[in-house]
Design a protein around this ligand. Structure first.
Ligand SMILES: Cc1ncc(COP(=O)(O)O)c(C=O)c1O
Length: 315
């Protein structure tokens, strides 16, 4: 389609054209139901197939076995900033967070409403231009969990390592880099991601949670905030965001067709090498504020020589 533009927005971000066309083709009559997927029941066999295939595909792409549950919930990744401490942190207990800028700062603020926050690492004093190294993380043993933001959408930094936390559950906000390259997802006790960057449209958040985490959940968690509610009902306790989950399923199919995460990683490697290559080649014009060892593959932060030039729109 010639009028499609290059959309560099981090989120909602561009979706594969094949996915949009497939959704368009199926829109008015989904699988011979005479209804669109926007109208059919979330308890129908036709939707059931979509739902369960999205879950199976997510596990396959992440290489996760049945010791993990995949959940699809509403409320955006931002709701998880509060749901995590509501489920896993009690008053008087401490959770550890690494502060790597905007989104982790928001997660830290929410955790502070429910318990104590220990800063296991921070790059705040250096304007969040790097990810604290594994050696610099300081993790007390009595910590309920460690929370990291694997890719910092606004600051343009990304983890190149997975913190070793031993018995302490590792929880990650992967909203802006999930499925962008191969990763040992089984190192994490919980992963969450708003769909609108790497998985599909806005409206659904995907969670991969180790089933054993469900045993650690606090008492008296409101039903809809309690991960056990969604895990025990296969994310069908209430009406799920059917259309976003359907598009996520199509995106998963598309990723598989491309050759899985190995193929996606290769494309992303080429893209980031090209853009960072240009930044490095023209240091008098482009300024890359992020330290090389923390550069995000997903969100390239770049500045121009002056703020005045950055404001110009007519060149
Ligand atoms: C890393 C990260 N976490 C969380 C969020 C918030 O996501 P949502 O808008 O789904 O609440 C964003 C949004 O840009 C993000 O980039």
């Amino acid at each position: 389609m010639s009028n499609r533009v290059f959309n560099f927005n981090p989120g909602p971000s561009t979706l594969p054209l094949d996915v949009l066309k497939r959704a368009q083709n199926e829109l008015l009559d989904f699988k011979g139901t005479g209804m669109s997927i926007l109208e059919i029941s979330h308890r129908s066999p036709e939707y059931d197939e979509v739902h369960n295939s999205a879950i199976a595909n997510a596990k396959a792409l992440m290489g996760l076995d049945d010791s993990y549950k995949i959940l699809f919930v509403g409320g955006g990744a931002s709701s998880q900033f509060a749901h995590i401490p509501i489920n896993f942190l009690k008053k008087g207990e401490t959770a550890a967070y690494v502060d790597t800028g905007t989104w982790s700062t928001k997660a830290i603020k929410e955790a502070g409403l429910f318990g104590n926050v220990h800063l296991a690492g921070s790059s705040k004093d250096d304007s969040y231009t790097f990810i604290p190294s594994a050696d610099d993380l300081n993790l007390p043993s009595n910590t309920a969990y460690l929370h990291i933001t694997t890719n910092n959408t606004i600051k343009g930094t990304q983890y190149y390592y997975i913190p070793e936390t031993g018995e302490i559950p590792l929880i990650a906000d992967m909203s802006s880099d999930i499925l962008s390259k191969q990763l040992d997802f089984s190192k994490f006790s919980m992963i969450y991601a708003g769909a609108q960057k790497n998985l599909g449209p806005s409206g659904v958040t995907m969670i991969a949670i180790r089933a054993s985490m469900l045993d650690k959940i606090n008492d008296d968690v409101p039903t809809m905030f309690d991960y056990r509610t969604h895990a025990s009902k296969n994310s069908l306790f209430n009406t799920p965001p059917v259309f976003p989950i359907y598009i996520v399923k199509l995106v998963f199919d598309w990723i598989q067709e491309q050759g899985g995460l190995a193929a996606v990683e290769e494309v992303n490697r080429k893209k980031k090498d090209t853009v960072y290559g240009l930044i490095d080649q023209y240091p008098d014009f482009f300024r890359g504020p992020v330290k090389t060892e923390s550069r995000s593959w997903m969100n390239v932060a770049l500045r121009l020589p002056s703020e005045e030039l950055e404001q110009k729109t007519d060149c």
